[in-house]
Design a protein. Sequence first.
Length: 150
Amino acid sequence: MEFLLVLTVFILMEGATWLIHKYVMHGFLWVLHRDHHDHSNEGPFEKNDWFFFIFATPAITLMYFGALKEFNHLFYIGIGITFYGMAYFFVHDVFIHQRINFLRDTNNRYLLSIRRAHKQHHKHTGKEDGECFGFLWVPVKYFKMYFNTK
């Protein structure tokens, strides 16, 4: 049962990520997200990196209070959020933005689709007119670019 809860939360995080990215990061917290688009930061870190702490806080809080109650559902919800955050870090920061040189020359069509959609998102340097706010699921047209076998 706990596994299904973790998996469900992980899957639901994709929708939450889309909403948060579009309406929070490209909304009232654009002040933190802007340098991720216009590359105005100096050094290895961006203001955008504060989102790591912002998003980790609810997960840690849920795990803490869930552990106090003999590892109840709150703990496993926090675990699902944490697993999604780990996937986000590895795919977004490591694979897409190459903050660590890994999988630079992949031929995996799914990963190439994610990378293409993210590049499409980053072609907009302002907070308006954005597209592709998701993370692990991207619009079908990007999959077709790499999965079209004709």
